[in-house]
Design a protein around this ligand. Structure first.
Ligand code: TMP
Length: 210
C-alpha cells in the first residue's frame, strides 16, 4: 500500500512545526505510521546544504541562482532517499516545505524566472507531487515577530527585507487562489488547538482518514 505526502507551507513563524507535531501525534494515535521531515535538511547531505543556505555570512553572499540550485539539490536527495522509499513503505510523511516554497521564495521573493523554477522542481522531484499541501496563513509581521525581535538570532532568509517576505506571502496567496485543491489555506492566526482541529478535518476529508 502506498503512503501519503502531506506538506506544510507558509512564511517565517507561521506555526508549521507545532502543527506538524500535533498532526503526527494525532495520526499515530489512529495507528498510522508517520515520518516527520523537512526541506532543506531532511537527509544527511541536506543538513550540510541547510547550514550553507541558512547561516549568516554577510561577507560571502550567495548568488540567487546558486541558492535555487542548492534548494533543488537538497530536494532531489530528499525525494530519492526519504520520500519515495517511505511512501513505498506505506508511511504518512509530514514534510515541512516542498516545491511551493521554491515558487514562493525564489520565484516571488527573489523574482527568479518561474519557468526555470518549474523545470528544476520537476527534475528534483521526478514528478512526485504532494497528496495534500496545507498553507498556514499568518501576517508576515506576526510571523517575523514570533521568530525574534530586532533581527537577533534570525537566519539568512529570515533576515531578508519586509518587502521580500511580503512577496513570498503574495506567492502563497496566488498559489492558493489558482490551485485551491492543491494548496489549502488555513488561517494561522487562531489558537494552536483550533488550527489543529481544522487541519484534522482537512486531512480526514482529503485523505479518507477516519
Ligand atoms: P525553515 O525550515 O525553518 O522553515 O527554514 C527554511 C528556510 O528556507 C525558509 O526561510 C524558507 C527557505 N526555503 C526557500 O527559500 N526555498 C525552498 O525551496 C525551501 C524548501 C525553503
Amino acid at each position: 500500500m502506498g503512503g501519503r505526502l502531506i506538506v506544510f507551507e507558509g512564511v517565517e513563524g507561521c506555526g508549521k512545526t507545532s502543527q506538524m507535531q500535533l498532526c503526527a501525534e494525532w495520526l499515530e494515535s489512529l495507528g498510522i505510521p508517520v515520518i516527520l521531515t523537512r526541506e532543506p535538511g531532511g537527509t544527511e547531505l541536506g543538513l550540510h546544504l541547510r547550514r550553507l543556505l541558512l547561516e549568516k555570512a554577510e561577507d560571502k553572499p550567495i548568488d540567487e541562482v546558486t541558492e535555487l540550485l542548492l534548494y533543488a539539490a537538497d530536494r532531489s536527495q530528499h525525494v530519492a532517499q526519504e520520500l519515495k522509499p517511505n511512501l513505498a513503505a506505506g508511511k504518512y510523511i509530514l514534510c515541512d516545505r516542498y516545491i511551493y516554497s521554491t515558487i514562493a521564495y525564489q520565484g516571488y521573493g527573489r523574482c527568479l524566472d518561474m519557468n526555470l523554477i518549474h523545470q528544476l522542481n520537476h527534475i528534483a522531484t521526478g514528478g512526485l507531487t504532494s497528496d495534500l499541501t496545507i498553507w498556514l496563513d499568518v501576517d508576515v509581521e506576526v510571523g517575523l515577530a514570533r521568530k525574534g525581535k530586532d533581527g537577533v538570532g534570525l537566519d539568512r532568509i529570515e533576515q531578508e527585507t519586509l518587502a521580500f517576505h511580503r512577496r513570498v506571502q503574495q506567492g502563497y496567496a496566488d498559489l492558493a487562489a489558482s490551485s485551491p485543491t492543491n494548496i489549502i489555506r488555513v488561517d494561522g492566526n487562531s489558537s494552536k488547538e483550533i488550527i489543529h482541529h481544522i487541519i484534522q478535518g482537512i486531512v480526514r476529508e482529503h485523505l479518507n482518514v477516519s
